[in-house]
Design a binder for this molecule. Sequence first.
Ligand code: 3PG
Length: 210
Amino acid sequence: MERLAAARIVPVVEIEDAAQGVELARTLLAAGLPTMEVTLRTPAALDAIRAIRDEVPTFLVGAGTLLTTVQIDAAVAAGAQFGVAPGFTTTLSGAAAASGLPFVPGAVTASEMLAAAENGHTYLKFFPAELSGGAAALAALAPPLAALGIRFMPTGGIRPSNLASYLSLPSVFAIGGTWIAPRDQITNGQFTIIAETTRKAVAAASAFVA
Ligand code: 3PG
C-alpha cells in the first residue's frame, strides 16, 4: 500500500497479450510510474502478470477486477503483489487475507466502508468515483470516517481534467484509471503515446504528495 501511495497514480489496464504487458510495464516505469493494476478482464491477464514479475522485477504489479476467490488464488499464483476489487465482501476479504494478498476492496457508501474497515481494510477503492459523487462525495465521507484511518483510491471517470480534485484530498492515497494506457493504445503498440500521457500525469501529480 505504501508503494501505491508513493506512486500516486495506478494505471488500470486491460492486456490482450502478455508480451505487450511487459512492454507496457517497462514504458510506465521509464516514464515515472512504477505500478499498474492488470484487470482480469482478458484471457491474457494472468500470463501478463507472471511475465511482468519475471521480466520487470522492480515493477509493482497488481490484479484488478477480482470478483471471486478463485480469481484471487489465481492472481496470487501468477505473482500479483496486490489485488483490487470493485466491491467488498467478507468472502473476498477472507480469501485475500488467507493468501497474504494486500487487498483494496471497493466501497462507496459509509456502510460499505465500515464493513470493510471491520474486516481490517483501511485502503479502499472508491468506484465508480465520478458517478458516486466524485471528489465532493469523498470530501464529505472522509471526515466522519477519519478516526478509522480509512484512505481511498478513487477510480472511474478520472482524467487529466479532474485528477487534481482527487489528489488534493488528504484521504486519497492514490488515484486509478484507464486514461493512462487505454486498451486500444496497448493493443496497437502505441507506447510512445502512453509514455507521454504518463509523463504528463506524473508531472500533474507531483504537486500533491500523499
Ligand atoms: C476500474 O476498473 O477502475 C475502471 O474501469 C476505471 O475506470 P475509467 O475507465 O473511467 O478510468
